[in-house]
Design a binder for this molecule. Structure first.
Ligand code: SF4
Length: 456
């Protein structure tokens, strides 16, 4: 039987590179690594990754493209090129899973949801010459998930991406994780994760989970075993992960994480006032109460770990004054790195359904308009201000949050709070990544005149 060629593609946004401008902030397309691992060994597989090099056509028997909403416009351009050559294209990822009908205008088949339960069938149907239009994945047992083919990722990634769990029982209105990965929190085998970590040459690891400590005792025990395993095996990695604010209620777990190499945790703080947290249905932060933020940050710092605080501008009860107050709050709090994004209604979320139904989206030309759904353009009508006001306030906020003066102050503060120069350097580098995000282009808010996309 002849060898077949599978080309897997990770497209880049042609409008704004943003966070991906710097090598340090790029994340390997883990989903493509899993698809490659699920493909029979007789296939020749290559990943074309626009994070590093603009796409150039390469011959294939089958093409697989992954995409977020912000990169789907580019994904469709590339898919169209292959289909013009009569080469079948399969699109997967979070956007196509939410909008499979739209995706089918540009591909032969859509994988909705996780690839583990569908990709072997896609390959079988390809061989039989009868690809189905839509393959629906199930939320399978993560213990059966294969180790991603890290060897196929571009060697330029500073961080290796590793996943330890999937799913989230929470229900934040703006988040597409529960619809894509389900509400049930599913865990991988600790030894599988440790073996994978051991096989990676990278010193730096990004745990892509939505919450590394998960929800409930079983998940917490899983995190403890993982951290202890990293220590016992002397992996000597440094890492960064997303987690929830309640990690601060477990100082011993924080100490263990730090001993296992944790340098920074990303926490979705979103806002400093209960009214805005209610807008976003951020239940956990509401339950803990905004008064505990300060003490929580102190506990995390005490373990020598920096905090990357994620905040949102443009929540329904936000006024221009609230945006300014949030910026002031961030600067006075001891958050070390700020990810300040504009509320963005992504397909697959309740927020998107709500804004579409109530005609609050500013963009009505799709798929071209999806390139603006990357968290730093205003794509909807806010309640208590105009889109222009929101864009102006966010631009002003970025000017303050990303000023050289504030970043230098923040570096020293992190060093002081964590008593770790290494952690302060980590936070400094992350701040530089966000600086590039905000400075690339002005915040857009008006879409009547379409600016031609620039090439990456
Ligand atoms: S934002 Fe975090 S906590 Fe909220 S639903 Fe998404 S993954 Fe879960």
């Amino acid at each position: 039987m002849k060898d077949h060629r599978l080309i897997l593609i990770n497209p880049a946004n042609t409008w704004r590179r943003g966070f991906l401008l710097r090598n340090e902030s790029r994340q390997a397309p883990l989903g493509l690594g899993i698809v490659a691992a699920l493909t029979p060994p007789e296939w020749k597989i290559k990943i074309l990754d626009e994070n590093f090099r603009k796409f150039r056509f390469q011959p294939a028997d089958l093409v697989g493209i992954t995409s977020f909403t912000s990169t789907i416009t580019r994904a469709y351009e590339i898919a169209d090129l292959y289909r013009q050559q009569g080469i079948p294209v399969v699109i997967g990822g979070i956007h196509a899973s939410a909008m499979p009908v739209e995706a089918l205008n540009h591909c032969d088949a859509v994988v909705v949801g996780e690839a583990e339960s569908t990709w072997p069938q896609v390959i079988a149907d390809f061989h039989a010459g009868k690809l189905q239009k839509i393959y629906h994945g199930t939320f399978g047992d993560m213990k059966l998930s294969p180790r991603p083919r890290h060897d196929l990722f571009h060697p330029g990634y500073y961080f290796a991406s590793v996943q330890t769990s999937r799913g989230c029982p929470m229900d934040c209105e703006f988040c597409s994780v529960p619809s894509f990965n389900g509400h049930k929190y599913r865990l991988r085998e600790v030894n599988q994760i440790l073996d994978e970590l051991e096989s990676l040459p990278h010193k730096l690891i990004y745990f892509v989970d939505d919450n590394i400590i998960g929800y409930g005792q079983l998940a917490e025990q899983h995190a403890r075993s993982l951290f202890q395993g990293m220590i016992d095996r002397k992996l000597n990695k440094e890492w960064f992960a997303q987690t929830s604010l309640n990690i601060a209620e477990k100082p011993d777990l924080l100490q263990l994480a730090a001993k296992a190499g944790c340098r920074m945790v990303l926490i979705g703080i979103e806002a400093e006032k209960p009214a805005q947290l209610k807008d976003a249905n951020k239940r956990l932060n509401l339950k803990m109460g905004v008064d505990v933020y300060r003490q929580s940050f102190r506990t995390i710092h005490k373990a020598g770990i920096a905090i990357l605080g994620a905040f949102i501008y443009g929540l329904d009860s936000d006024t221009p004054a609230d945006i300014r107050n949030r910026t002031r709050y961030i600067m006075r709090s001891s958050v070390d790195v700020t990810q300040a994004s504009i509320l963005t209604p992504l397909p697959g979320t309740r927020l998107f359904e709500n804004y579409s139904k109530n005609q609050r989206l500013l963009i009505n030309q799709f798929p071209e308009g999806w390139k603006h759904f990357h968290f730093t353009d205003v794509v909807f009508n806010p309640v208590k201000m105009t889109p222009e006001q929101l864009a102006r306030e966010v631009t002003r906020a970025y000017r303050h949050l990303l000023s050289k003066r504030y970043l230098c102050f923040s570096f020293i503060r992190t060093w002081w709070n964590t008593q770790s120069l290494r952690t302060a350097v980590w936070a400094w580098n992350s701040n530089l990544n966000y600086k590039s995000l905000a400075l690339e282009r002005p915040v857009s808010f008006s879409y009547t005149n379409h600016t031609p996309p620039h090439e990456p």
